[in-house]
Design a protein around this ligand. Structure first.
Ligand code: ZN
Length: 203
């Protein structure tokens, strides 16, 4: 198996407590919730980043961004309450110097491959290197696929052509803006007007 960096195992998930930030007097919710994120748009409405909703609120309060959509979640202190942003827009233009490539993560690979094994189409459980790393295979989008445990084990460290396994689809890097959809487990409705139609939405 050539699965070192993203081997089979339990899916990891980020859980944070709303209200557990450093803001003095902020109210702590009594149940954990998934990390809430805010989409940051350039002045031209092009997505440039994703930050925590708390970070986005700080940007709003320091007048670096305007809030386009609130999340409906509220942070309260003794006297004030603030709507946590879901989408904010920078007040100045930032130059994005390169087409950002989607980060290669287990979740992103699963999303790209529809959570299905590329060899047998059963539910995916592992990340597999098509050309095993022991044979010089790189850890890049074009060589990393979602696979089930059985195919991953049986394929082992062999060259793909020496096995009965064939790729149902050629692995490619997702479109340039997919990093937005791949960074969150579910894309909030507020974000979709700012994303191109071909961005794959993780299940
Ligand atoms: Zn399989």
């Amino acid at each position: 198996m050539a699965v070192a960096p993203l081997a089979c195992g339990a899916m990891s998930g980020t859980v944070v407590q709303i209200g557990a930030g450093s803001e003095e007097g902020a109210q702590r919710a009594d149940r954990p919730r998934p990390a809430q994120r805010a989409l940051v748009l350039n002045v031209t409405y092009e997505p440039v980043s994703i930050v925590s909703q708390r970070r986005a609120l700080v940007l709003v309060l320091s007048d670096k961004v305007e809030m386009l959509h609130g999340s409906g979640d509220v942070v309260r202190s003794a006297r004030l309450h603030f709507d946590l942003p879901s989408v904010v827009r920078l007040r100045y233009h930032v130059r994005v110097p390169y087409r950002r490539r989607a980060p290669l993560t287990r979740r992103a690979v699963f999303a790209r491959d529809g959570h299905r094994c590329v060899y047998c189409n059963r539910p995916a459980e592992c990340i597999d290197h098509v050309q095993p790393r022991s044979r010089g295979g790189e850890h890049v989008w074009e060589n990393v696929v979602a696979a089930c445990r059985v195919c991953n084990l049986r394929k082992g460290d062999k060259d793909l052509s020496a096995t009965p396994y064939r790729l149902a689809r050629t692995p490619v890097a997702p479109p340039a803006l997919s990093w937005v959809a791949l960074a969150v487990s579910r894309v909030p409705e507020d974000w979709t007007p700012y994303l191109p139609g071909d961005v794959p939405i993780p299940a």
